[in-house]
Design a protein around this ligand. Sequence first.
Ligand SMILES: [Zn+2]
Length: 75
Amino acid sequence: MTIVPLPGNSSSPPQPQPSSDDRKPQFLICVDCGQEFAFTVAAQEYFEESGFHHSPKRCKTCHVKFKREHPQAAH
Ligand SMILES: [Zn+2]
């Protein structure tokens, strides 16, 4: 068996890389009002940048309300 090294093999066309940031909006259920709410791609990125590795438990409305009622509680 003869292996012939291919000349110019380094110039192979670049493979399409699967994008690492092909996030999708998630739909979660709010623990307070039971409504489905969107965990948007922007929110997911914000959460990750902030170091949170969990999903939000409350919709935006309840989150604002919760923060107002529990100003000292973290999230
Ligand atoms: Zn809610």
